[in-house]
Design a protein around this ligand. Structure first.
Ligand code: PLP
Ligand code: TYF
Length: 398
């Protein structure tokens, strides 16, 4: 029966873990997958998460099915985090939020909803983007095209190209945007840049779909939501995929949410009903634990403050690693300006390393990065950074 089934290619990012795990060198470093490691090289369990979990375990609550759209207190907290706790949108009757299986699950719910309900079948993603964006939308029945985004010459944004690319899409296209801490480049838009993008999207009647997987890793929780809030203020209907995998260090719990901002109140109940249908026909209803933990933290002033502080700690440590990288590369004799590493935001740096150079880092030094040159700065620490910068300097030299 299965003889015709061909071997699928590995995920270009998750596949790196297998190669890394198989490497027996003691000083190997995994800069591939986007996971935050602490100074000791461990994936942290946040104190706020541990405290919420202890309280939950003590409750010994029954595990009945959740509603299809998940825990109400969680969905409401997601909306406050996105729009701000004083936002008039919270009581506008125009918001629908459904708990999802991570940010990936939120993207899939949104893709299926737009395809089934509005017949959308063309989506534009940034060039480059997170690898799974293309695969996920293709699997949901879309043609996936790209709009220009990254300018290799400046290691920054190609705003004119981006605006022209979005303008040129057929009217009513779905446009996927990274709200902050762009994966893989670390290059974000300024406020003024967002205003221009919103203007084009509005004129062309495109459907904006914001992916926010790193809220809090750029500047802070509020500033990192600026794109979400600007889009909302523009009056455009909007989809948002939230992920708490990174910001709560809850990767394996699969905690995310899809939020839809409808055009008017009357649209909301039908939209929710159809979204529930998408959920029901995929997995029926979401799991309890991770969302309960996140809801507890977000809805408790003390735990929220503790979490915000721990998130700031992660952000500050990544920034310190960026600075150390720039200084150490320079000290190791790299003559080109690597200052862009410090300007990029979030977990990643698009280092400019070629696929050949990345391959040499793995084979000669046991340092694993994505072949695009993306490195996870959040995997660096005082113990491994010297080895990493020395190796990068060496492959850049010859
Ligand atoms: N979107 C982007 C841009 C990401 O980098 C990630 C990373 O994991 C996701 C979505 C998916 O998040 P999750 O792991 O919560 O599914
Ligand atoms: O970009 C990353 O590394 C993270 C983790 O299929 C990830 O977003 C990578 C690939 C993938 C799922 C998650």
């Amino acid at each position: 029966l299965f003889s015709a089934v061909e071997l699928a290619p590995r995920d270009p990012i998750l596949g790196l873990n297998e190669a890394f795990n198989a490497d027996t060198r003691p000083n190997k470093v995994n800069l591939g997958v986007g996971v935050y490691y602490d100074e000791a090289g461990k994936v942290p369990l946040l104190k706020a998460v541990a405290a919420a979990e202890e309280a939950l375990v003590a409750e010994h609550a029954a595990r009945t099915y959740l509603p299809m759209e998940g825990i109400a207190a969680y969905d409401a907290a997601v909306q406050r985090l996105l729009f701000g706790q004083d936002s008039p949108l919270l009581d506008s009757g125009r918001l629908v939020t459904a708990q999802s299986l991570g940010g990936t699950g939120a993207l899939k719910l949104g893709a299926d909803f737009l395809h089934r309900q509005l017949g959308k079948s063309l989506v534009a993603i940034s060039d480059p983007s997170w690898e799974n964006h293309r695969a996920l939308f293709e699997a949901a029945g879309y043609e996936v095209v790209t709009y220009p985004y990254y300018d290799p010459a400046t290691h920054g944004l190609n705003l004119d190209g981006m605006l022209a690319g979005i303008e040129a899409l057929p009217e009513g296209s779905v446009v996927l945007l990274h709200a902050c801490c762009h994966n893989p480049t670390g290059v974000d838009l300024s406020l003024a840049d967002w205003a221009r993008v919103i203007d084009v999207i509005q004129r062309r009647q495109h459907v904006p779909f914001l992916d926010i997987a790193y809220q809090g890793f750029g500047e802070n929780l509020q500033d990192d939501a600026v794109a979400v809030r600007l889009f909302a203020e523009s009056g455009l209907p909007l989809l948002i995929a939230s992920s708490f995998s990174k910001s709560f260090s809850l990767y394996g719990e699969r905690v995310g949410a899809l939020t839809i901002l409808t055009g008017e109140r009357d649209e909301t109940a039908p939209v929710l009903s159809q979204l529930k249908r998408v959920i029901r026909t995929n997995y029926s209803n979401p799991p309890i634990h991770g969302a309960k933990v996140v809801a507890r933290v977000l809805n408790d002033a003390h735990l929220y403050a503790l979490w915000e502080d721990e998130l700031a700690g992660m952000r500050v440590r990544i920034k310190a690693m960026r600075q150390a990288m720039v200084e150490q590369l320079q000290a190791a004799g790299v003559s080109r300006d690597m200052g862009f590493i410090q300007r990029q935001r979030g977990m990643f740096s698009y280092s400019g390393l070629s696929a050949d150079q990345v391959a040499r880092l793995a084979s000669e030094y046991g340092i694993y990065a994505v072949s695009s040159g993306r490195i996870c700065v959040a995997a660096l620490n005082q113990g491994n950074i010297a080895a990493v910068t020395t190796a990068i300097a060496a492959v850049l030299r010859d």
